[in-house]
Design a protein around this ligand. Structure first.
Ligand code: FES
Length: 212
């Protein structure tokens, strides 16, 4: 078979070089492709400090427990203290000394003990009596009006004479009187725990009036 009769075969390509006439380098000298990066070895993560967390939470719960215990104990102590010192309403004593008889003028309503003890002390030509300052209608406090010589209640208008007898307004009965005596030291002694009512004839009781 002659050259001419050879079938058309693809022409073998020669490697091109940049320089004419230079022998192309063998393929084996061509730069090798970069090898794929070796996978990094997995770095083991540090194990979670399980024990440390457990200890911390235990300490936290211990603190909470102590706080709750302290609060409960404090409340119990406060309740005990309150029990030792109960609410007490301090009121003026029902019995008191009002001074010496010469401290009172004849014909005058003495109001020195009205605010503190709720008592008027009246002296007349025969002696002394102690009147309650509580209106016998609904318990308001009347005012002594010297010009009109009467006790006038501001609530509903009841009026009482100097000796305590009611004469106007809705008050159903006279003012009450308290026990009045002379103490060992010569002072006038008033005892509010003992009252004397006119409508029951008690103003004739010797302890309802102190003779001068
Ligand atoms: Fe004194 Fe009514 S309370 S008149």
């Amino acid at each position: 078979m002659t050259e001419e009769n050879k079938p058309n075969q693809p022409e073998e390509k020669k490697p091109e070089t940049g320089v004419p006439g230079e022998t192309p380098k063998p393929v084996s000298e061509a730069p090798k492709p970069a090898a794929p990066a070796a996978p990094k070895p997995a770095v083991a993560k540090p194990a979670a400090p399980v024990k440390e967390i457990t200890r911390r939470s235990f300490i936290s719960w211990l603190a909470v427990g102590w706080i709750a215990f302290a609060a409960g104990t404090g409340g119990a102590v406060m309740s005990f203290v309150r029990y030792l010192f109960p609410n007490v309403l301090f009121e003026p004593p029902t019995s008191f000394k009002a001074g010496y008889p010469d401290d009172f003028l004849v014909g005058r309503v003495d109001e020195r003990y009205k605010n503190k003890f709720g008592v008027w002390i009246v002296r007349n030509t025969e002696g002394f009596y102690a009147l309650s300052t509580v209106c016998t209608h609904l318990g308001c406090i009347p005012n002594w009006q010297p010009a009109e010589k009467k006790y006038k209640c501001p609530c509903h208008g009841s009026g009482f004479y100097k000796d305590g007898i009611n004469f106007e307004g809705p008050a159903p009965r006279p003012l009450e009187r308290f026990k009045i005596t002379l103490a060992d030291d010569g002072q006038i002694q008033i005892d509010k725990s003992q009252t004397y009512l006119f409508e029951k004839g008690q103003w004739s009781d010797p302890d309802s009036f102190l003779k001068a």
